[in-house]
Design a protein around this ligand. Structure first.
Ligand code: DP6
Length: 406
């Protein structure tokens, strides 16, 4: 009988998302409610994903969590908020009279283990995928079927957008309790198959100001941020939705770049100012504009979050040429002149090497700077969270403890 089962365990994966209309600023710090709506593209999990196993058992004496193999403090407020929310939803489901899908008691403690398939050191935002995956896995294990925006959002605002594949909006909502601050899919991952994403991982020495602290200072000090949120974002959300629906790359690319630039302008308007872009980021911006000018149209678009890494949107017919342009301007640094010892410069989807025309080389100008881009990850739009059926995928063993690293 199922009720005799000692351990209920589930493993899920969730994607990273990158905003093209940025979320920056909260109107409620506790509930994580934003001052403006935002819109993002979900990246493919073949390249970037979080995998999370959640297990509940009457034998567990406390909630515990392991991230990338290391046990972390489960008392962390945002983690606690997610756990509280999911247990509240599970309790609500019961009191609403639904058949209880799981006989295990809600009072059982949970063990969670989570890993990323990309290096945290690369400075790629992992909290969105992490909290979306946590919300999804907890929902499965506690038998919750309602919208999970609220659970993921309490972990990290941008995480609610990682609950869906394709193109996703986070509607800011109006209510003080946040019930209408939810993520919704604008278009599925199959909608725009030609769209490609290149992540240019930039070398940095220092850790940037975290988003949470950064946006708090911006809300307190930047009049430009308030103006953006109130007067500009509503129309931008409508226009971005149109660009996605109509697959209008020119307009999509231009608005993506403008919104990234405006977000970084609000960071500069913050007091004391915050700068996430470094010299390499600015040179990538220049490169993209030179490339577009050379072609007489918007062929590539950049966007930057709270760090120096660039995310480039382009279409499949332009990937090879743009990668060649990046390689030309920012050649990989050879490890002791031995290419065999150097980490691969291009990861992810395969990209054919193509020669650059002399005209384009001339248009790109500036002397090549080796080593400032560590590597490129080529990816595309992808699906939302998944449940892994293979029991071999569980990160926790039958004893509820992390399996020895495979
Ligand atoms: C620049 O979601 O990381 O990436 O809600 O405080 O956890 P918290 O912040 P977070 O902020 C993301 C900011 C951004 C823009 C975006 O993803 O929309």
């Amino acid at each position: 009988m199922a009720s005799e089962k000692r351990l209920e365990v589930v493993t899920c994966t969730a994607p990273v998302n990158i905003a093209v209309i940025k979320y920056w600023g909260k109107r409620d710090e506790e509930l994580i409610l934003p001052i403006n709506s935002s819109l993002s593209v979900t990246l493919h999990q073949d390249q970037l994903k979080t995998t999370t196993t959640a297990a509940i058992s009457r034998d567990f004496t406390e909630d515990r969590i392991w991230l990338n193999g290391r046990e972390e403090d489960v008392g962390q407020p945002r983690l606690q908020a997610c756990l509280r929310e999911i247990r509240r939803l599970a309790r609500k489901r019961r009191s609403d009279g639904h058949e209880d899908p799981l006989p295990l008691s809600l009072s059982y403690k949970v063990h969670v283990a989570s890993v990323n398939n990309f290096p945290t050191a690369a400075g790629l935002a992992s909290s969105a995928a992490g909290y979306a995956c946590l919300a999804y896995a907890l929902a499965r294990v506690y038998g919750v079927e309602s919208d999970l925006s609220e659970v993921a959002r309490r972990g990290s605002g941008s995480a609610c957008r990682s609950l869906y594949g394709g193109f996703v909006e986070w509607q800011m909502g109006e209510r003080a309790d946040g019930k209408d601050s939810i993520a919704r899919q604008v278009a599925p991952e199959s909608h725009w198959p030609e769209l490609r994403v290149l992540i240019l991982v930039v070398s940095t020495e220092k850790k940037p100001t975290g988003s949470t602290a950064g946006m708090q200072t911006s809300v307190e000090t930047s009049a430009l941020l308030r103006f953006r949120a109130e007067a500009l974002v509503p129309a931008r959300m409508a226009e971005m939705t149109r660009c996605v629906r109509e697959r209008d790359f020119q307009a999509f690319g231009q608005l993506t770049m403008k919104d990234s630039n405006q977000f970084h302008a609000t960071c500069m308007d913050t007091f004391p100012p915050i700068s996430y872009l470094n010299d390499t980021s600015r040179r990538i911006i220049q490169l993209a504009h030179c490339f577009n000018a050379h072609h007489g149209q918007t062929k590539v678009a950049y966007t930057f979050d709270a760090g120096a890494n660039a995310v480039i949107f382009t279409l499949d017919d332009t990937v090879a040429e743009f990668v060649a342009a990046v390689r030309h301007s920012f050649p990989p640094e050879l490890n002791g002149d031995n290419p065999a010892l150097s980490p691969r410069f291009l990861k992810g989807l395969p990209v054919e090497p193509v020669p650059l025309s002399d005209e384009l080389k001339a248009a790109l100008g500036t002397d090549p700077t080796p080593g400032v881009i560590k590597y490129i990850i080529a990816t595309q739009v992808g699906p939302g969270p998944q449940v892994l059926d293979d029991p071999g995928a569980h990160l926790l063993g039958p004893d509820g403890l992390p399996k020895a690293a495979a």
